[in-house]
Design a protein around this ligand. Structure first.
Ligand code: NCD
Length: 304
């Protein structure tokens, strides 16, 4: 039984294998071809935190492979409001489905869930922890757009402290031999655990507070949202909200061929004028969630 909890659970070869499988599934993801690979199987998507892309792309992935989906988005209509524990919810749901996709506000929730589940758990974001399936689709996008997965300079910009997508992504990119620049407001720096890992791999680039300092040497500008919901103090949030803005002027200082990515949702980090520029790849990135999650589901449920 294979859980998907952290990018640390995957070797470089295993990641490449997922991306290769995903590539073979793009036509099915687009509805141009059909598949019965997971017919008769059931996926549970249980989301204790808001989500649009992650939940819907998992559901689409399962539906496109001929399987069925159960679950909830928000706990208002569930027994969680009656006081049911995560352990009990997982014990029960794992009896209804062949795999459980879990998003939860608490870091470590997905790992904890594995202790109570008879079926694979897929971490769809655990608080400020990790978001490994987002990382897979980010890597898929990078390989598709840049033609390779190594020797690139990636600048992660925004809330590196609470942003889980950048935690998983930085670790995975460093395993492939890419240099990571870290750009965040003061107080929202990348956790020491991740920077320590990057340093150990020799892949930590520049850590600074302004994108201007790294833009000329950036192949991929990966912007992120300030994670308002994780701030203990909203005054602190107001201090940093809107601090960075990716706009045509900033992009004009980047090298030829640079791309802009964002896990979405964006708030004000990227101005709408950027959307029609050739550098903008965030909507393709969001679509790539479907084939990549198909590949992951075929692995964890289909035994492929
Ligand atoms: C991200 C998340 O939930 O961590 N969204 C996503 O899954 N694409 C990013 C965010 O919420 O800022």
């Amino acid at each position: 039984m294979r859980h998907v909890i952290s990018v640390h659970d995957f070797s470089v070869e295993e990641i490449v294998d997922v991306l290769d499988r995903a590539e073979g599934m793009v036509d099915i993801a687009r509805g141009k071809a059909t598949s019965d690979l997971l017919r008769g199987r059931v996926l549970a998507c249980i989301f204790f935190e808001p989500s649009t892309r992650t939940r819907l792309s998992f559901e689409t992935a399962m539906n496109r492979l001929g399987g069925g989906v159960i679950g909830f988005a928000g706990t208002d209509a569930t027994s969680v409001v009656k006081g049911e524990t995560l352990a009990d919810t997982i014990r029960m749901v794992s009896g209804y489905a062949d795999a459980v996709v879990l998003r939860h506000p608490r870091e470590g929730a997905a790992k904890l869930a594995t202790e109570f589940s008879d079926v694979p758990i897929v971490n769809a974001g655990d608080g400020a922890g990790q978001h490994p399936t987002q990382t897979m689709l980010d890597l898929f996008t990078i390989r598709a757009e840049m033609g390779r997965l190594e020797g690139l300079n990636i600048s992660l910009v925004g809330d590196l402290r609470y942003g889980r997508t950048v935690h998983s992504l930085a670790i995975a990119l460093s395993k492939f031999g890419n240099t990571i620049n870290l750009v965040s407001p003061e107080g929202l720096e990348m956790p020491g655990e991740v920077t320590g890992y990057l340093k150990g791999k020799g892949m930590l680039g520049k850590a600074c507070h302004s994108p201007e300092e790294v833009i000329a040497n950036t192949d991929i500008l990966y912007a992120t949202r300030i994670q308002k919901e994780r701030f203990p103090d909203l005054v602190e949030y107001e201090r940093v909200a809107g601090m960075y803005r990716v706009d045509p002027d900033l992009l004009s200082r980047g090298p030829e061929g640079m791309i802009v990515m964002h896990p979405l949702p964006r708030v004000n980090e990227i101005t709408p004028e950027v959307d029609s520029m050739p550098q903008a790849k965030y909507f393709e990135q969001a679509f790539n969630g479907v084939p990549v999650r198909m590949a992951l589901l075929s692995m964890v449920i289909g035994g492929e």
